[in-house]
Design a protein. Sequence first.
Length: 400
Amino acid sequence: MWIGVVTLPDGKRKPISSKDKKKALEKWRELQRQVDDGKPITSGRGVTLERYLAQWVDVTLKQRVAAGKMAESTRLSYADHVRLHITPHIGGEQLQKLSPARLRAWILELQKKPSARQKKPIEGEDSPPMELLSGRTVNYCHSILRAALNAARKDELVSRNVAELVEPPSGKSKRGTALTAEEAEVLFAAAVDDRWGVLWMTILGLGLRRGEALSLRWEDLDLDAGIVKVGPSLQRIRGEVDEATGRRRGTLAVVKSKTEGSDATLAIPDSLAEVLRQHRKSQAVERLAARYWADAGLVFATSVGTAIEPRNANRAWNALCDRVGITRPNELRVRIHDLRHTAATWLHGEGVDMKTIQGALRHTRLATTSEVYTHLTVEVQHRAAKSMNDALSRLNGKAK
């Protein structure tokens, strides 16, 4: 028996064997060629989907992250959904024998699967109904599997991508819950002496995402010219699961934006620019009085100059909403991200068209803006219909 060994990118060693020396050498050379080309090391035959996905997450996606084609947070999100919702259900299926019928059955299984987030029962009341995985989560799992199988097809491990033959459930983005003018007035009146108040106003005034606002540095702002450069986002990056403790170790990091369109120079409303000037003065006083200040460059920082933990921003926002009594039906909260929706709604109310709103929110596709803000699109259509009705009425009057 002739045996050869190839060291894989993750440090593991993969053996090959044959009773024929020439065939063993051919196998070894082919395997080494796959390693050199960065291809997943599987033949496809007899390989389970679980084995292939593990290779895809740990090698292929890590290479995409290293090449700047994918964020590490996205890779970890893919890994979590593979571990929770793909491998337990269809991981034992052979990669080459995976069929559309099996994937349809898998999707039905996910649609009946309980969500990990269940409402806690209240003593003395009936137990709340069981929450199932959302259509958006099921759709996301299908997208992940489709991407993995597409990579397998490109690597010639499968002849077709069966996930493309199966339609996932609709996974529509949640519609934003905009604040009314009265709610915003109450909120900002309560936050006028709060260190977080300027953060909320900046997110609203510029239509920023939470992470984009938390990553802002003073060097990004030109308050005299009234412009700001935005794009990078402060996020908590989850680390790998520690096998010994079962926990993750995460770190705060500023990551680049998902798309080139997210990087932009925005105009700062004059009233917001004045608020930011006062905030800079207040922060300078706080910095001088502090015994320790970590970073003098952040626009929004803790009392010692460190970056603000995104979850702490969420807690502060929820506490403010609870304090002034702003809620939504079905016990839903108004989120920080809803300030961004509020910005879009207010712009629309001032007569700004959807294309301009797309630019303000820095969506790459107009379809994204229209999907998220469907209610605005409907209003535009009603406004157009009313204008046409007025024109037709005038014509009808002249005809008489």
